[in-house]
Write a protein that binds this ligand. Structure first.
Ligand SMILES: CSC[C@H]1O[C@@H](n2cnc3c(O)ncnc32)[C@H](O)[C@@H]1O
Ligand SMILES: [Zn+2]
Length: 442
């Protein structure tokens, strides 16, 4: 039988079924999708592949899904460190964004972010940022997969003058991307404190009509809860529930402030939570009770947030932080074991984005979105359990190869579709501009 590609590997960790590690197996790929998973000897007898390769020191895993980021903020990495969320956002990030964010900023920042993410084994990201059509164009050019946000916020920006224009531009993008195999859209109202009720109600109706996820920052800090109590007399989640906003396609990012009855109500709604442990730690926002959420049956995915609050886009690091922090928060070393953390960083992310039938695990019929991690380096020796070493010991420098829809984006750590020298030059130029403007009175 003729196929496009045969990838033979020492280990394949499909994620579904959970906890399984396949020894000396191969992935048969045709037309961008996985068509078979079988022992190497059988694969060699059964398939004639246009190209085949051996990964005899590697684990092949599903590509990581970064379930919440602001990709272009890579250009603001390190500009306003060591501040709490509201001071960071209102006094530093928003003024910088007002000054600099435009098409060129989003183009260059997204390329920098994608280069970093691909080298870290990420194949898909869920983005929320200005000029999403530029993000979408750069994603399609480089061959990654993404869900871009139809953003909504009350204040004007270089992209839109107010809620009406945010929504109309978002919907135009939805139409444009309707048949794109790599890039799709989600509604992305920024947060309950920054979007008024009227546009929120429009999003609720449109999301149901168009069957798109709603991706929103929620219960990120104690401050957000206090503000909402003053403004509405209730906590933000309750307010959103009154607006009939929660449901299976609702994706709540952060959720560090949760009472037990809120966890139960959120579980009942069927929504997903994106846990961003490192952003929450760095901004001292609080702790997401991940083990309790999982126990309640909530789908919990992992995101890095933007590089200005993390300060990297390293989903492997984030996965480890998520596992370790969850144990500490639950006071239980058995909370969030390695296989659960890996699932959160892959299949749960896909599920949050409504993409679980296409990506998130290595299963026949799914797209060949694959990450190869080399496990023979001293940092991952000796090896008793490949899942344990991938989650608790390996670093992103051990990611050697990445495919999206069967197309190679990283080959032996070389980026295939992005020009690293150009990306570095542009990042340096943005640094000069930003610094020069900081030194001038505005
Ligand atoms: C409307 S585009 C997205 C908007 O969100 C800002 N942002 C980045 N990180 C966070 C965060 O952790 N909480 C709230 N808002 C955040 C970003 O700077 C853009 O303005
Ligand atoms: Zn965010």
């Amino acid at each position: 039988m003729h196929i496009d590609t045969l990838l033979k590997a020492r280990w394949i960790i499909p994620v579904e079924p959970e906890r399984i590690v396949l020894n000396d197996h191969a992935l048969a790929i045709h037309g961008g999708r996985i068509v078979d998973i079988l022992p190497i000897a059988e694969a060699e007898a059964k398939y004639q592949a246009a190209s085949q390769e051996s990964f005899d020191r590697h684990a092949l895993i599903p590509g990581f899904v970064n379930a919440h980021t602001h990709a272009a903020m890579s250009l603001l990495r390190g500009v306003a460190d060591d501040r709490p969320l509201m001071e960071w956002l209102v006094d530093h990030i928003w003024p910088l964004e007002q000054k600099w964010v435009g098409e060129a900023f989003v183009r260059d920042g997204t390329d920098l972010a994608m280069a970093e993410m691909i080298r870290g084994g990420v194949t898909c990201f869920n983005d929320m940022y200005f000029f999403p059509e530029v993000t979408a164009r750069q994603v399609a050019r480089c061959g990654m997969r993404a869900v871009v946000g139809m953003i909504l916020i009350d204040f004007p920006s270089a992209w839109a003058s107010g809620p009406e224009e945010y929504l109309s531009k978002g919907l135009a993008l939805h139409d444009e991307l309707r048949h794109n195999p790599l890039v799709s859209v989600a509604f992305a109202p920024h947060a309950p404190y920054s979007v008024s009720d009227e546009p929120l109600l429009k999003v609720r109706t449109l999301a149901a009509e168009l069957d798109r996820p709603i991706h929103m920052h929620l219960h990120e800090t104690r401050d957000e809860i206090d503000q909402s109590r003053q403004r509405y007399g209730m906590r933000p989640m309750k307010w959103l529930q009154q607006l009939d906003f929660l449901g299976p396609s609702f994706v709540a990012v952060h959720m560090t402030q949760l009472e037990d009855d809120e966890i139960a109500r959120f579980a009942e709604s069927g929504g997903s939570v994106v846990h961003c442990p490192e952003s929450n730690l760095k901004l001292a926002s609080g702790f997401c009770p991940v083990a309790k959420l999982i126990k309640a049956g909530i789908n919990v995915a992992i995101g890095t947030d933007g590089a200005a609050s993390n300060n990297d886009l390293d989903l492997m690091g984030e996965m480890r932080s998520a596992a370790l922090l969850s144990k500490a928060v639950a006071n239980d070393a058995a909370a969030v074991p390695a296989h659960t953390a890996l699932r959160m960083a892959t299949l749960n992310g896909a599920r949050a984005l409504g993409l679980e039938s296409d990506i998130g695990s290595l299963e026949v019929g799914k797209y060949a979105d694959i990450t190869a991690i080399r496990l023979d380096e001293l940092e991952t020796q000796p090896l008793y359990d490949p899942i344990s070493n991938v989650v608790y010991a390996a670093g992103r420098h051990q990611v050697t190869d990445v495919w999206v829809g069967g197309r190679r984006l990283l080959k032996n750590r070389e980026l295939i579709t992005l020009d690293i020298d150009e990306i570095l030059q542009k990042a340096a130029a943005w640094r000069e501009k930003t610094l020069a403007s900081e030194q001038q009175p505005s």
